[in-house]
Write a protein that binds this ligand. Structure first.
Ligand SMILES: Nc1ncnc2c1ncn2[C@@H]1O[C@H](COP(=O)(O)OP(=O)(O)OP(=O)(O)O)[C@@H](O)[C@H]1O
Ligand SMILES: [Mg+2]
Length: 307
C-alpha cells in the first residue's frame, strides 16, 4: 500500500483486558505538517502515538507511516522517526554531550562527533554540554530530549507532551524549533494539554476516551462547533453566572479573569435569554468567538452520554 501521506491509518483499535482504549482511529497527516493531539488524561493519545510508529501493534486496523506498513515494517518506521516519550528518559548521571553521543551510537549516526556538536549548537545547549543532566531545569531537559530525537535526521517526530511543566519562554523557543523543523520538511505529531499550543499546529485532533471526536484546522474545529459565545465583562460576574446557570440556550458559563464566556449552540434562544441581562450597565457585552477550550468542553459534554 502506498500513500501520499506521512501518516495514513485506518480503524486502529487497541484493547487492554477487554477495555477498548483506542477505537477505530483513522487519520491522514500530510508531510511537513504539525499535527496536535489533544484530549483528557487516559484518552489514548500515547497509545495511538505508539501504534503509529510501530512500537505497539493495534488489535485491529492498518495503514502506513512514512510509506511503511505499520504492522510489517515497524523497523523502517522506527529508524526514520524520533520519539520523545511522555516521561524524560535520558540518563541523569551523564552530561548533555554524553547523552547525545550515546543516542547517536544507538541510531548508528555517521560522523557522530560532528553531528552531536551541530545538534548541540542548533538547540543552544553548548553552555551546558558538560553538565550532568540530573542538575538541569525542565526547560533544558526538554531541549536535550528534542536534540536526542533529531540527531539521526528523522522524517517524522512523535512528541508526547513535550512541553509539560516547561515555562512559557522555553515553550516558545521549543515551538520556534518545531516550526523550523516542519519548514525543513519534517512531519511532527505531538500531544499536548495546552490549547494555545493547538493553535500553533496546522491541524488538530481531539480524542476523548478512545474516540477521535473532532479533527481539522483550528478554524475548522471552531466553525464546526456551531457554538455562539457571548463575553460579559464586569466585577459581579459570579452573581451573573449563578443567575444564568440552567437558563434556556445557556450551555456553558466559564470565567476568564472577570470576563464570563457564555456559550450555547442555539444562537437565537441564547440571545433571547441574555437580552434582559444586557441592559445591566455594570457589564460590557460583546458577541465574541468561542475559543478551543469552549469547543472541547462542549464536545465532551455532548458526547458524554455515548462514551
Ligand atoms: N499497557 C497498558 N495496559 C493496560 N492499560 C493501558 C496500558 N497502557 C495504557 N492503558 C490504558 O489505556 C488508556 C489510554 O492511555 P494513554 O496513556 O494512551 O492515554 P493518554 O491520552 O496518553 O493520557 P495522558 O494525557 O494521561 O498521557 C488509559 O485508560 C490507560 O490506563
Ligand atoms: Mg499520554
Amino acid at each position: 500500500m502506498t500513500s501520499v501521506f506521512a501518516i495514513d491509518v485506518e480503524n486502529l483499535t487497541k484493547i487492554y483486558a477487554h477495555k477498548t482504549v483506542v477505537r477505530n482511529f483513522s487519520i491522514q497527516v500530510e508531510y511537513g505538517k504539525i499535527y496536535g493531539f489533544l484530549g483528557p488524561n487516559g484518552s489514548g493519545k500515547t497509545t495511538t502515538i505508539r501504534m503509529l510508529c510501530g512500537l505497539l501493534k493495534p488489535d485491529v486496523g492498518s495503514g502506513t507511516c512514512l510509506g511503511f506498513d505499520i504492522l510489517k515494517e515497524s523497523y523502517n518506521i522506527k529508524s526514520n522517526s524520533g520519539y520523545m516519550t511522555q516521561r524524560f528518559s535520558l540518563y541523569g548521571d551523564l552530561s548533555i554531550w554524553e547523552n547525545l553521543d550515546f543516542a547517536a551510537r544507538l541510531y548508528d549516526v555517521k560522523r557522530r562527533s560532528k553531528v552531536v556538536k551541530e545538534t548541540i549548537e542548533r538547540l543552544g545547549l553548548g553552555e551546558r554540554q558538560n553538565q550532568l543532566v540530573e542538575q538541569l531545569s525542565g526547560g533544558w531537559k526538554q531541549r536535550l530530549a528534542l536534540a536526542a530525537c533529531i540527531l539521526h535526521k528523522p522524517k517524522l517526530l512523535l512528541l508526547d507532551e513535550p512541553t509539560a511543566g516547561v515555562d512559557p519562554k522555553a515553550r516558545r523557543e521549543f515551538w520556534d524549533e518545531i516550526h523550523q523543523l516542519a519548514n525543513e520538511g519534517v512531519t511532527v505529531l505531538l500531544s499536548t494539554h495546552y490549547t494555545d499550543e493547538a493553535e500553533r499546529c496546522h491541524k488538530i485532533a481531539y480524542i476523548v476516551y478512545g474516540d477521535l471526536l473532532v479533527t481539522g484546522t483550528v478554524q475548522e474545529v471552531l466553525n464546526a462547533s456551531g457554538l455562539t459565545t457571548w463575553l460579559a465583562t464586569g466585577d459581579k460576574w459570579s452573581e451573573l453566572a449563578k443567575k444564568l446557570s440552567g437558563q434556556p440556550g445557556v450551555e456553558q458559563i466559564t470565567p476568564f479573569g472577570n470576563t464570563l464566556h457564555i456559550s450555547g449552540r442555539n444562537a437565537d434562544i441564547l440571545e433571547i435569554t441574555l437580552m434582559p441581562y444586557q441592559k445591566d450597565k455594570s457589564f460590557t457585552w460583546v458577541k465574541g468567538k468561542p475559543n478551543l477550550e469552549d469547543v472541547f468542553v462542549q464536545v465532551m459534554e455532548t458526547t458524554r452520554g455515548s462514551i
